[in-house]
Write a protein that binds this ligand. Structure first.
Ligand code: TRP
Length: 436
C-alpha cells in the first residue's frame, strides 16, 4: 500500500532508520559519563534491566501504535482518544528541547573531526576539551554548521538518505569501536576498568542511579517521543506480522554499541589516568588519548569522528522530524516554512546552551547551567513522564490486547504484564522520587 505519506521499502528500512535514530550521542557520549558518575556496574545493571523490561516494551508499543493508526504522534494519540492528544504534543516539545543541546555536542564532534590531528597530540587532553567548549565563538560556529546540515537533510526528506547512509554507518561504527576496544583492553591496568564497568558497587546504588539509568534508556533507544510511532506508521501492510523482528535488532544494536563504548572508555580511563569525574567531556578526553597511543592514530581518529558525526546527525534528523511532521500535519505549514521556524528556534536555544559553558556560565537554574538543565528536564523528567503516560494509555485505556494483531509477539503475555504493571510503576516511582 503506497500513499502520499510515504513508506519504507521493506521492513529492513524501518529497522535501519530506527537503529539510526537510536545509535547516536546517547551511546557514545552520554552513556559513559553517566556510568562514570553513577558508580559503574550498578548503573549498568539498572540500565540493562530497564532496557529489557521498560524500554523494549515501550518501543513495541510505539511501533504498534504507529502501524495501527498510521499517523504522527499527535494524530495517533488523538485519534484513539482525544483526551490523550496532549501526549503527542508532549512528544513534540521534548524532542524540541533535546535537539538544540544535542546539536551543541554535535558541534564539538565536528570540531574534533576538523582538528583531529591537534586533539590527538595534546599535553593536557582535558584542558584541550575545556578550551574548546568555553571559547567565545568556536563552539558556536561548529554548532551552527551542525544544525544547518541537520535542517538541510530534513528539508530534503530523509528516508532514502537515512536508509542508505545507515547501512554503511552502523557496521563501520561497530568495526571501529571493536578495534578501539581491543586497543583499550590491551593497555596496562585495563582490567580495572572492566571491573568498574561490570562489577556493581551497591553502595552507590539508589533511586538516583535508577532514574539516571531510565532517562538514559529512553534517550538512547529514542523512546517516549513518538519517533517509533512516526516510523512505524510508514511500514507497509505486509510488514505487520512480526514486530519482534523489527524491535529486537534495534534494541540489541543500541545496547551493543553502548557496551562496546563502555568497554573502550573505562579500561582506557584506568590505564591512561583520566579523571573519572570528567563529566560531559569524558569521551572527548578519552578517545583522543587512545588515538594518541595507537598506530596510525590520527587517521583512525578522522574516520572515527566522521562516523561519530554521522551517527549523531542521523539521530538529530529524527529529532527534528518529529516537530516538522507536527507543524506540517497539524498547523498546515509547508515543509520549507516548518524547517525555517524550527531552525531559528534551535539556533536561539542552542546558542544559549553552547554559551552556558563560557560567557553565560554564571547563568544557572536550580544549580545547573542551561545546557545541563535542558538535558535533565528532557531526559529525567519529560521522557519518563511520557513513558508513564504511554504505558497507562496502552495498558489501561486502550488495552494491550487491541495491539496484539500488530505486535503478535511470542512474549505477548510478558509484554502485557510489562506495559500494564512494570513500566508504569517503575516510571512513576522514579519520577515521583525525582520531582519531590
Ligand atoms: N537515541 C538518540 C541517541 O542515542 C537520540 C535521539 C534521536 C532520540 N531521536 C530521538 C531520543 C528520539 C529520543 C527520541 O543519541
Amino acid at each position: 500500500m503506497e500513499n502520499n505519506r510515504g513508506s519504507w521499502n521493506s521492513k529492513l528500512g524501518l529497522v535501519i532508520a530506527s537503529a539510526a535514530s537510536a545509535v547516536g550521542l546517547g551511546n557514545l557520549w552520554r552513556f559513559p559519563y553517566l556510568t562514570a558518575k553513577d558508580g559503574g556496574g550498578a548503573f549498568l545493571l539498572a540500565y540493562l534491566l530497564i532496557t529489557v523490561f521498560v524500554g523494549a516494551t515501550l518501543v513495541i508499543t510505539e511501533v504498534a501504535l504507529g502501524i495501527k493508526t498510521r499517523k504522527n504522534p499527535v494524530g495517533a494519540y488523538g485519534s484513539i482518544n482525544p483526551k490523550f492528544k496532549f501526549l503527542g504534543v508532549m512528544n513534540v516539545i521534548t524532542t524540541s528541547i533535546i535537539l538544540p543541546y544535542y546539536s551543541v555536542v554535535g558541534g564539538w564532534i565536528l570540531a574534533y573531526l576538523a582538528k583531529a590531528h591537534l586533539f590527538n597530540n595534546m599535553k593536557d587532553y582535558k584542558a584541550g576539551f575545556l578550551n574548546l567548549i568555553t571559547a567565545d565563538y568556536e563552539p558556536l560556529v561548529y554548532f551552527l554548521i551542525f544544525i544547518v546540515l541537520t535542517a538541510v537533510i530534513v528539508f530534503f526528506g530523509v528516508q532514502k538518505g537515512i536508509e542508505r547512509f545507515c547501512k554503511f554507518i552502523l557496521p563501520a561504527l561497530l568495526f571501529l569501536l571493536i578495534v578501539m576496544m581491543c586497543r583499550a583492553l590491551t593497555l596496562d591496568k585495563a582490567i580495572e576498568g572492566v571491573k568498574f564497568f561490570f562489577v556493581p558497587d551497591f553502595s552507590k546504588f539508589d533511586a538516583r542511579t535508577c532514574l539516571d539509568a531510565m532517562g538514559q534508556v529512553f534517550f538512547s533507544i529514542s523512546v517516549g517521543m513518538g519517533i517509533y510511532i512516526t516510523y512505524g506508521s510508514y511500514l507497509q501492510d505486509d510488514g505487520q506480522k512480526c514486530i519482534g523482528k523489527v524491535i529486537w535488532p534495534v534494541v540489541t544494536a543500541d545496547t551493543v554499541v553502548s557496551l562496546l563504548t563502555g568497554l573502550t572508555i573505562f579500561p582506557a580511563v584506568f590505564a591512561l589516568g583520566i579523571e573519572m569525574t570528567s563529566g560531559t567531556g569524558l569521551v572527548f578526553i578519552t578517545f583522543p588519548k587512545i588515538f594518541g597511543t595507537i598506530y596510525l592514530g590520527t587517521i583512525f581518529s578522522y574516520v572515527f569522528f566522521a562516523i561519530f558525526f554521522f551517527a549523531a546527525i542521523t539521530s538529530a534528523v529524527s529529532l527534528m522530524e518529529v516537530a516538522i511532521s507536527f507543524l506540517i500535519d497539524n498547523l498546515k505549514m509547508s515543509r520549507k516554512k516548518a524547517v525555517w521556524i524550527d531552525f531559528i528556534y534551535c539556533v536561539v536555544i542552542g546558542s544559549i546552551s553552547s554559551l552556558s559553558f563560557g560567557k553565560l556560565g554564571g547563568f544557572t537554574i536550580a544549580g545547573k547551567n542551561f545546557f545541563d538543565q535542558l538535558d535533565f528536564l528532557a531526559s529525567n523528567i519529560l521522557l519518563p513522564l511520557s513513558g508513564f503516560l504511554t504505558s497507562i494509555f496502552v495498558g489501561w485505556v486502550l488495552g494491550p490486547e487491541k495491539l496484539q494483531v500488530f505486535t503478535n509477539l511470542k512474549q505477548q503475555k510478558m509484554f502485557e504484564f510489562c506495559i500494564k504493571w512494570v513500566a508504569p510503576i517503575a516510571t512513576l516511582i522514579l519520577f515521583v522520587d525525582c520531582v519531590k
